[in-house]
Design a protein around this ligand. Structure first.
Ligand SMILES: [Mn+2]
Length: 310
């Protein structure tokens, strides 16, 4: 049986060639998933995952190299014990695994080990720090952290991880309930296909850039230039139109540091989760969500008791 301490210990001493082997196995697994096979109850179209509204899920926002918070979430949620059983919960990551924090290599090792061991339960979305090569976030310190950890082999590990980014999911829909993605609403999307195939339509169309980079704002209609230099700021009307198009009620996303680990926007239609602490954001708390996927939610404030802060 896989245990948290064991994986973390392994993450601390794994060498470059074993790490590369893990990356290769996960890449093969995810390549198979996106060509149509995940498991019962899970459909994949392009880079969009669709789940039936049944069972439980833990939803985790940005980790950004904070191994301590990741370990806390795994222990506190009891995911690994429950995932081994039939009908166990999903563990959904909203992207931004590396950069910023000092343990990016170890965070990747733990998350990829989880994916390999619970392939149909662990779902990895793409963040702006796993973006396409023409749209990477800066500073992008993952390659330097890998060099510090693996010396001359660090570049090969980086190339391996980079090769995984294209297989990460753009978004996840729980039918009739929720949509989850890293940053924000693709404001010009007119169909589910625009979301599902955003990675293929990039950079000709802005859908992927907006999903990875955008942020919700209050008191604004439509979209406005983002101070991030990529993506847009989007108003409540943009959120409402997008949710209606997908036939869901609320959006879960990460991307923005929150002092309490979470925040609400757009009259309860948007929940932001930020699941790491420490430099360089210094938010007081991190948070993750435990959610019953079968339960209809009209306003994310209803979920406040299900938000676990640490
Ligand atoms: Mn981000």
């Amino acid at each position: 049986m896989l245990d948290i301490e064991g994986i973390v210990e392994e993450a601390g001493r794994v060498n470059a060639s074993s790490f590369l082997q893990l990356i290769g196995e996960v890449r093969d697994l995810m390549a198979e998933e996106v060509s149509g096979g995940v498991g019962p109850g899970v459909d994949v179209v392009g880079r969009l995952v669709k789940l039936r509204p049944e069972g439980d899920a833990f939803v985790v926002g940005d980790i950004h190299g904070d191994l301590g918070s990741l370990v806390h979430i795994l222990a506190d949620s009891g995911f690994m014990g429950r995932a081994s059983k039939d009908g166990g919960p999903y563990l959904i990551f909203l992207g931004d695994y590396g950069d910023r924090g000092v343990n990016s290599p170890e965070v990747y090792y733990v998350i990829l080990t989880l994916k390999l061991n619970f392939p149909s339960r662990v779902i990895l979305l793409r963040g702006n720090h796993e973006g396409p090569k023409d749209l990477l976030a800066y500073p992008h310190d993952l390659p330097y952290q890998l060099r510090r950890r693996f010396g001359g082999d660090g570049d090969a590990v980086y190339d391996g991880l980079n090769g995984l980014f294209d297989y990460l999911y753009t978004a996840l829909i729980v039918e009739g309930r929720f949509v989850m993605l890293h940053g924000g609403v693709p404001s010009r999307a007119v169909s589910v296909e625009d979301l599902a195939y955003a990675h293929e339509r990039h950079p000709a169309q802005s859908h992927l850039e907006e999903v990875l980079w955008s942020d919700p704002v209050e008191g604004l209609r439509g979209t406005y230039f983002s101070p991030r230099g990529a993506g847009m700021l989007f108003g409540e009307d943009v959120t409402v139109r997008f949710l209606r198009m997908l036939g869901v009620n609320v959006l879960f996303r990460g991307h923005e540091p929150c002092d309490l680990g979470y925040k609400f926007n757009h009259h309860g239609r948007v929940l932001t989760l930020f699941s790491r602490k420490g430099a360089p954001y210094y938010n007081e708390r991190g948070a993750y969500l435990a959610v019953d996927l079968s339960r209809p939610v009209d306003n994310v404030r209803e979920l406040e008791p299900n938000i676990h802060t640490f």
